[in-house]
Design a protein around this ligand. Structure first.
Ligand SMILES: [Zn+2]
Length: 116
């Protein structure tokens, strides 16, 4: 299941982001999953719960933000509503580009660190 390797990648990113803090300090991991990212959020959560102990993230809870696909005009930047057929800008007829919704993004980490 490809969500397991995504979760391992997420923990790799988290390891790097929290350095020099320990994984056990992480209380919450928030990710954004795009509608077109090809990631099943239920499987992702299952994989997260299954892998977190071996990676030292026992104390971490997972928050998933689901992001819809967003398109924008390549020429003028106007938002383009997704419909059937080729996507064109209603303002200038420019070609639409996907600007959100195709990625899995590590959004936020919440750590509890001892006061020094
Ligand atoms: Zn346009």
């Amino acid at each position: 299941m490809h969500e397991v390797s995504l979760v391992q990648d997420l923990f790799d990113q988290t390891d790097a982001a929290i350095h020099p803090h320990a994984a056990s300090a992480v209380r919450e991991v928030t990710v954004r999953i795009g509608a077109l990212a090809g990631v099943d959020d239920v499987l992702f959560r299952t994989a997260f719960e299954g892998c977190k102990r071996e990676r030292g993230y026992d104390a971490a809870t997972l928050t998933i933000l689901l992001e819809g696909a967003e398109w924008a005009c390549e020429s003028c930047g106007a938002a383009v509503v997704s419909t059937a057929g080729p996507l064109r800008c209603a303002t200038c007829d420019g070609v639409a580009r996907l600007r959100a919704g195709d990625a899995l993004i590590l959004q936020r980490l919440e750590l509890e660190v001892p006061h020094v």
